[in-house]
Design a protein around this ligand. Structure first.
Ligand SMILES: N[C@@H](CCC(=O)N[C@@H](CS)C(=O)NCC(=O)O)C(=O)O
Length: 210
């Protein structure tokens, strides 16, 4: 049995997408980060960092595994199933390359671009220019990558695609479009119609509906 604590956010949705692609059963629990649910003591006991997503795997023999950090969760699920991550060598290194690029380049750029435009208590033009510029630069890098191959790390769907999809799914919050990145637009439209992605999007959106 797998439990996932999440909300309709870019980092949360990666986990249900991976679980749907992998065909694993799970139960989704809503942590309303707009109402401070991520700071409740019960949730902080699961993730002292106070952020979604968190996954609990009860079926590992002994104590359940309580895991935070979306990229770590994606790697865990890929290794548990032997799917969405090549087992060795260059193909595996390429997936990690793209996963770390996502975590260190896209994640901070998109998160800060959205924050400084939509959530910050004051408008700081330099901060907006810096992070929005970086967000657009990052999608240009991905666009060039996707001109050469079907998926971000090669010719097979991997956890690196799932990681990048989350923030692009929420690109309106960031103020980023896909009009100038046709290869990234092609990749996004191919992913979002996959049945597993459709199911995960519906289930994740429902977390914020209540
Ligand atoms: N590095 C973390 C980032 C998680 C994160 O930033 N989660 C956001 C939602 S996408 C959150 O919980 N925000 C609430 C807060 O920061 O208080 C991951 O990849 O899981």
């Amino acid at each position: 049995m797998i439990d996932v604590y999440a909300f309709a956010t870019p980092n949360s949705i990666k986990v249900p997408i991976a679980l749907e692609e992998l065909g694993l059963d799970y139960t989704l629990h809503s942590i309303n980060i707009m109402a401070g649910g991520q700071k409740d003591p019960a949730f902080l006991a699961l993730n002292p960092n106070g952020k979604v997503p968190v996954l609990i795997d009860h079926d590992i023999g002994g104590d359940p595994l309580v895991l935070s950090e979306s990229a770590a969760i994606l790697i865990y699920l890929a290794e548990k199933t032997g799917k969405l991550l090549p087992l060795s060598g260059a193909p595996r290194a390429r997936v990690f390359e793209q996963l770390f690029f996502h975590g260190t380049a896209m994640g901070p750029a998109f998160g800060n671009a959205g924050y400084f435009q939509k959530a910050a208590p004051e408008q700081i033009p330099l901060a907006i220019a810096r992070f929005l510029g970086e967000a657009n630069r990052v999608i240009g890098v991905l666009d060039a990558q996707l001109a050469k191959q079907k998926f971000v790390a090669g010719d097979e769907l991997s956890i690196a695609d799932i990681a990048n999809f989350g923030w692009l799914w929420k690109r309106d919050f960031v103020g980023v479009g896909l009009g100038a990145t046709p290869n990234l637009a092609r990749w996004f439209s191919e992913l979002e119609v996959r049945p597993a992605f459709q199911t995960a999007i519906a289930k994740t959106n429902a977390l914020s509906a209540g």
